[in-house]
Write a protein that binds this ligand. Structure first.
Ligand SMILES: Cc1cc2nc3c(=O)[nH]c(=O)nc-3n(C[C@H](O)[C@H](O)[C@H](O)COP(=O)(O)OP(=O)(O)OC[C@H]3O[C@@H](n4cnc5c(N)ncnc54)[C@H](O)[C@@H]3O)c2cc1C
Length: 404
């Protein structure tokens, strides 16, 4: 494993500047509009694809080709500093790609990940479908069922997924399904649902509190048939895994969890971007705004709030970068990914709430961006493992006890 280092290399510094400039010039000016429209910002994602910021090559560059692990958090912090709803419209497909990479063979990764993104001239979208209406945190409670039809070498999927980013509008849906109900979360497998497959439809589209430019919807699968090769990892590997569990041997952790574990430092970096946006904005405001004949920052109560937020952001970034480096080296030891996500989600919510406080009445209005950032920040305590699920993972890791 490489030593923990905070040193960004030349490529990473350029990446940081490139995305920062894009965030400032192409995201911030349109963020409010797309938040109000509450619909997927196709022209924006098309623009990102044209400059190479949306595409599988970009994801491969920051995730696979970077040996340090730091390119991903650096890139995502800048992107989400620009805007979280627009950022999620770019990154939603990444979760599908991560789901394919977590469970698929290298041939499947090569076949399907590029199809999730399409091309610069004709973008495509991917969706990762794990959560269900009755089971989000409780992955052992999933009910969407996949049954094998030996006669046709097809899998038949039935059930409903809930809160799916890009759900129903995606070209490729990666669906986590129950193949062996008695094994609970170990009896899952992931499937590719190719474009235009009959039986897959969008259910309700959710009206959300924040990240409103990102599309979130139910996905309904009604007798969806996919060829055998759409089972990620292949049937032989699945049969071996299930046989091992039947014999009472330890089975691998199931697909959804592997995906969420791996992406936690990246999600933490997204939260950090929002936290930093709110911090910078409220710091500038506090120096400008006058009350009682002086800038409000001259009051310790305001200055100390900002001092605390600056400290928390630095701490969260250290956790995030360390988790990203450990994750790259496949070395999470003490739930460092969960620690990073827990801390960064909390500081995003806290710093945006404090930013509203510092802006006073203006902060509470839609004239200023901090109320939007506050709405956007809250999702980071909820998706990809809630605050309490991160605490569960951390407490189990530090104690070795099966905390409930
Ligand atoms: C905008 C948005 C986008 C999303 N995108 C996706 C996506 O692309 N793909 C996908 O698969 N899912 C997605 N999700 C779903 C998300 O991952 C779930 O909402 C999340 O995992 C929580 O599940 P839940 O909503 O069922 O809450 P629940 O699991 O019902 O939890 C409710 C509350 O109980 C707590 N709780 C639950 N179990 C425990 C426990 N054992 N100990 C302590 N506390 C507990 C939780 O922390 C939470 O506070 C998205 C959700 C949203 C809102």
């Amino acid at each position: 494993m490489t030593e923990f280092s905070l040193q960004l290399n030349e490529d990473q510094l350029q990446l940081q500047k490139w995305i920062h400039d894009f965030a400032e010039n192409s995201m911030r000016p349109i963020a409010e509009e797309w938040d109000e429209r509450e619909e997927f910002p196709y022209p924006f994602v098309e623009e990102a694809a044209q400059i190479g910021l949306y595409g599988w090559e970009f994801m491969a560059e920051i995730m696979m080709n970077d040996k340090t692990g730091l390119s991903t958090p650096v890139a995502l912090e800048e992107m989400f500093w620009g805007d979280a709803g627009l950022g999620m419209s770019i990154m939603g497909t990444g979760l599908a790609a991560a789901g394919i990479a977590a469970s698929g063979t290298s041939e499947q990764v090569m076949e399907w990940v590029p199809q999730c993104y399409g091309t610069a001239d004709k973008i495509a979208l991917g969706a990762f479908c794990a959560s269900e209406p009755d089971a989000g945190s409780d992955v052992g409670g999933y009910r969407l069922r996949a049954k094998y039809d030996e006669a046709t070498d097809e899998w038949v999927l039935n059930g409903t997924k809930a809160w799916i980013t890009n759900g129903g509008i995606a070209d490729i849906h990666v669906v986590v399904a129950v193949v062996e109900p008695e094994f609970k979360s170990k009896g899952h497998a992931s499937f590719i649902i190719p474009p235009n497959t009959p039986g897959l439809s969008q259910g309700q589209k959710y009206k959300k509190h924040g990240i409103r430019a990102s599309h979130t919807a139910e996905v309904v699968l009604d007798d969806v048939r996919v060829p055998g090769h759409c089972l990620l990892g292949g049937k032989e590997k699945l049969d071996e895994r299930l046989a091992r569990i039947r014999e009472g041997k330890k089975g691998n952790s199931q697909a959804a969890m592997q995906t969420f574990e791996a992406t936690r430092p990246a999600v933490a970096a997204q939260a950090l971007g929002i936290a930093r946006a709110a911090y910078e904005y409220s710091l500038d405001y506090a120096k400008e705004r006058k009350a009682f004949g002086r800038a409000i920052i001259e009051n310790q109560s305001i200055a100390f709030m900002l001092a605390d937020i600056a400290t928390e952001i630095e701490a969260a970034r250290l956790l995030t970068w360390r988790a990203a480096q450990l994750g790259k080296a496949k070395g999470f030891k003490n739930a460092e990914g969960s620690m990073a996500k827990l801390k960064a989600g909390r500081i995003a919510v806290h710093s945006t709430e404090r930013a509203i406080q510092i802006l006073g009445g203006y902060g509470y209005t839609r004239e200023y961006p901090v109320e939007r950032w506050h709405r956007d920040a809250k999702i980071f305590d909820i998706f990809e493992g809630t605050e309490q699920i991160q605490q569960l993972v951390i407490s189990r890791a530090i104690s070795g006890v099966r905390i409930q």
